[in-house]
Design a protein around this ligand. Structure first.
Ligand SMILES: [Zn+2]
Ligand SMILES: [Zn+2]
Length: 284
């Protein structure tokens, strides 16, 4: 088993369980590779997550937490070496050019093994948290199509940082399932981003968390998987777990979905190429 994206309650207030609990759970499920990818600190109070606002967390607290996280992740990586490959990374926030610069600073400051490049905000407003904020984000852009257009432009800016893994490609769809992306004016931007990821060897994650949130498939949906196949982009597996209980769930569902959509293998950041058909047999 492999996952390129995880969070723990020790360093993320909307997650549960210690970082070591996450590792132990992955070990119990015979994980070969687990990437530790806590959220990056935020630069401004207005970008704090709701639970961080409730606990009066400051920007300085986030920086300290991130620093503590890096040290603990390194300790666990050394402690469990030989039993599981732990890669130490983080999930970036493509909120604005300032955040992309901050990502570069973090990459220079810490010796990370990898990072997941993600977009969770448009015009600084969260697009995956709740309907109210989603509507605010949409209104700030002047409509749904414009919101999607902004989202995929922010994602394109994140891709310029060369993330190891591109996070939940079509997260923007979570709260607007009715939008017909493929037949919209935004579609060329989706194709552009897939093509860029393919050419820059950025792995596109197949993120099982969408299934947890009620989708029948992981991120991204099949129209995008079709483009991934067309341009030969590489995919990797991520459970985006926020508690040890979420590690390893819905993996078979995601793999069957990939096979149905013409993807026959997945990749790891460590360069492994795994046949999905063969892997599914070992899971039974
Ligand atoms: Zn999170
Ligand atoms: Zn995310």
């Amino acid at each position: 088993m492999y996952s390129h994206h995880s969070h723990s309650g020790q360093y993320c207030q909307h997650a549960k369980g210690s970082l070591e609990d996450m590792v132990l759970k992955a070990l119990s499920l015979n994980y070969k590779l687990l990437c530790l990818t806590e959220h990056m600190p935020r630069l401004e109070n207005k970008h704090l997550y709701p639970e961080e606002l409730e606990t009066n967390t400051s920007i300085q607290d986030l920086e300290k937490t991130f620093d503590d996280y890096f040290a603990e992740a390194q300790r666990l990586k050394a402690k469990y070496a030989g039993r599981i490959e732990l890669l130490v990374g983080f999930e970036s926030e493509g909120i604005s050019p300032a955040y992309n610069n901050y990502t570069k600073q973090l990459l220079a400051k810490y010796d990370f093994d990898m990072f997941v490049g993600s977009v969770h905000h448009v015009n600084g407003i969260p697009i995956d948290f709740d309907e109210v904020q989603f509507t605010q984000a949409m209104e700030s852009c002047g409509g749904l199509e414009q919101l999607y257009s902004e989202y995929f432009d922010l994602q394109y800016a994140v891709l310029q940082l060369h993330p190891t893994v591109l996070g939940h490609f079509d997260l923007i769809r979570l709260l607007s399932p009715e939008f017909d992306l493929k037949n919209s004016g935004v579609w060329p931007k989706v194709v552009r981003n897939v093509q860029f990821a393919a050419n820059s060897k950025c792995l596109i994650e197949i993120n099982h968390s969408a299934i947890r949130k009620g989708w029948t498939c992981p991120y991204p949906q099949s129209d995008i998987v079709e483009q991934i196949v067309k341009f030969g982009a590489k995919v990797c597996l991520s459970d985006d777990s926020h508690t040890p209980l979420q590690i390893g769930i819905n993996v078979a569902k995601s793999l069957n979905y990939l096979l149905e959509n013409g993807v026959t293998q997945f990749h790891t950041v460590t360069g492994e190429v795994v046949s999905i058909e063969r892997f599914l047999k070992t899971m039974i």
